[in-house]
Design a protein around this ligand. Structure first.
Ligand code: NCD
Length: 324
């Protein structure tokens, strides 16, 4: 949607809106989305075909690799009876290879579709895309900045477990500097009251001052820790994410941090508790030992991943005005 360089607040009305960041959401907007997500989950699990998006086409353009975000958006559209045009690796397979600008590419895709989902390596690219398009643009990850739909599915997973998104203690670990999923999780949890997030990372990969200031201004309590020994034993959620090696100019440097904070059965035994859940947006690249997958508290390969499709179905239905 063309606007003035800033995404519009949802304010109870999803129809026609871009989804660029979780800053656009209020607590009520999240509640409305979750109400519909419970529904999309139920109808999908019952294999009741939905025809809500019949006659609609959604463009998916991914300038960066993706398995889950791409797959779940594509499945979400199809499970609601809509269709997709998919531009994967557009730098090779589309006119982007000939030097076409982002703005021209967006105007092209919008002539065929009703909404566009975009993943791009540059922070701010989703907003730029939204500025050049007249149809809704959904940010599926813009560089090291944000990944709002991942944030929404993560919030839904937490809500589904604890029936609340307030007064929670979360440990988020990994490449906190570059992790767009951790940024969006913090942004999402800061919409609710009384949450504390421990950020566990190597010192060099701590949250940037700009993000730190803008998040804490919204009332969330952030506690930076640099040693596993400081993990609080009362956390509701452990959220682990890999080192984002594609954001480093030097791959060797990224490698230095891999294997630094790994969830092992032993770490869980020492610092975990019975009620907590262990999340990871995936892909997992060594930050969680495979033996941990069998633990019932591990939700990353199970509900967390599946919730991605349900939340994206609900979001698309709302944005395209097919549900209210
Ligand atoms: C994440 C991403 O792309 O930021 N993946 C995803 O969408 N589930 C996390 C990551 O790549 O580490």
């Amino acid at each position: 949607m063309s606007n003035n360089g800033e995404a519009t607040a949802i304010n109870g009305r999803f129809k026609g809106k871009d989804i660029i960041s979780l800053n656009q959401f209020s607590q009520k907007d999240i509640e409305l989305l979750f109400k519909h997500t419970k529904n999309t989950k139920r109808i999908t699990q019952k294999h009741t075909p939905s025809k809500l998006l019949s006659g609609y086409v959604v463009g998916l353009i991914f300038y960066e690799p993706s398995s889950r975000t791409f797959g779940s958006f594509s499945a979400a559209v199809k499970r609601m009876g809509g269709q997709t045009i998919e531009y994967l690796n557009p730098k090779e397979n589309s006119s982007v290879a000939k030097g076409e600008s982002l703005s021209d590419t967006m105007q092209t895709i919008q002539s065929y579709t009703n909404a566009i989902v975009i993943r791009h390596p540059q922070a701010g690219a989703a907003q730029k895309a939204a500025d050049s398009a007249d149809i809704p643009i959904i940010n599926a990850g813009d560089g090291g900045n944000a990944h709002p739909t991942q944030g929404l599915l993560d919030l839904f997973t937490i809500y589904d477990t604890f029936s609340t998104l307030s007064k929670l203690t979360v440990v988020a670990s990994g490449d906190v500097l570059h992790s767009r999923t951790i940024h969006s999780l913090i942004e999402g949890l800061s919409l609710f009251k009384g949450n504390t997030i421990y950020l566990l990372s190597p010192k060099e990969l701590r949250l940037s001052k700009d993000y730190y200031d803008s998040f804490t201004k919204r009332g969330i309590k952030l506690i930076e820790i640099f040693d596993e020994k400081d993990i609080p034993k009362n956390a509701h959620v452990w959220y682990w994410n890999r080192i984002q090696k594609e954001r480093f100019s030097n791959l060797e440097e990224a490698k230095k941090y891999e294997g630094k904070f790994v969830v092992t059965t032993n770490l869980l035994k020492t610092y975990g508790n019975k009620e907590m859940i262990l999340m990871d947006p995936l892909p997992r690249v060594g930050e969680i030992e495979e033996a941990v997958d069998q633990d019932p508290r591990s939700v990353y390969l199970k509900t967390q991943m599946r919730n991605g499709m349900y939340i994206r179905m609900a979001l698309l239905g709302l944005i395209l005005g097919k549900i209210k």
